[in-house]
Design a protein around this ligand. Structure first.
Ligand code: ZN
Length: 184
């Protein structure tokens, strides 16, 4: 997996593209959705094997799970009135893409098992053919030192910089539109 922080960064960039103008509470909820799938590491403590449908990178990383979590997040956003200006469908689409981005990024990592994108209907595990992101070790201890540095520099290049480019591009586009609407 990329680190928790990098999943949140990716979700924020998706929020900038799908839910403009800046809506930090909604983006924050999307970031939470993008981080939640890795709670499945508890499966190791419960003795479930990695390849189990409820194991790491199993059901919680699937597209059906993303669709379900997006429904819950949309209901939370509506209840807390975070949805100003955005339709329920747009919010659901954002939360779905934010959650699904977790599995998509994991499928681009260099290690671990593949992602069960279609669980619970199939437990087949998938990777993308292109996997440039150095896989992050599970646990803080393993993350310290040279390995952690390698992971962070990889995520900086493949997640943080593209995310920053998306946010900056969205800001430029909105600014351009606002300027062109200004009376001469
Ligand atoms: Zn993961």
């Amino acid at each position: 997996m990329p680190t928790v922080l990098s999943h949140a960064v990716a979700a924020t960039a998706i929020g900038a593209a799908m839910i403009p103008p800046p809506r930090l509470p909604v983006w924050g909820l999307g970031a939470l959705c993008a981080v939640l799938p890795d709670l499945d590491v508890i499966a190791f403590a419960l003795g479930l094997p990695y390849g189990h449908v409820l194991g790491h990178r199993g059901l919680s990383h699937s597209l059906p799970f993303a669709a379900g979590l997006a429904l819950v997040a949309t209901a939370v956003a509506a209840r807390r009135r975070l949805d100003a200006g955005s339709s329920a469908l747009r919010l659901w689409a954002f939360f779905f893409v934010a959650t699904a981005s977790h599995g998509l990024l994991d499928a681009m990592t260099s290690g671990g098992f593949g992602i069960a994108f279609f669980a619970p209907f199939s437990n087949a595990r998938y990777f993308f053919p292109w996997r440039p992101i150095v896989v992050s070790p599970i646990g803080i201890g393993a993350f310290l030192g040279h390995r952690g540095l390698e992971v962070m520099s990889s995520e900086l290049v493949w997640i943080w910089l593209p995310a920053a480019a998306v946010v900056f591009g969205c800001w430029l586009t909105r600014r351009g539109r606002a300027t062109s609407r200004r009376p001469l």
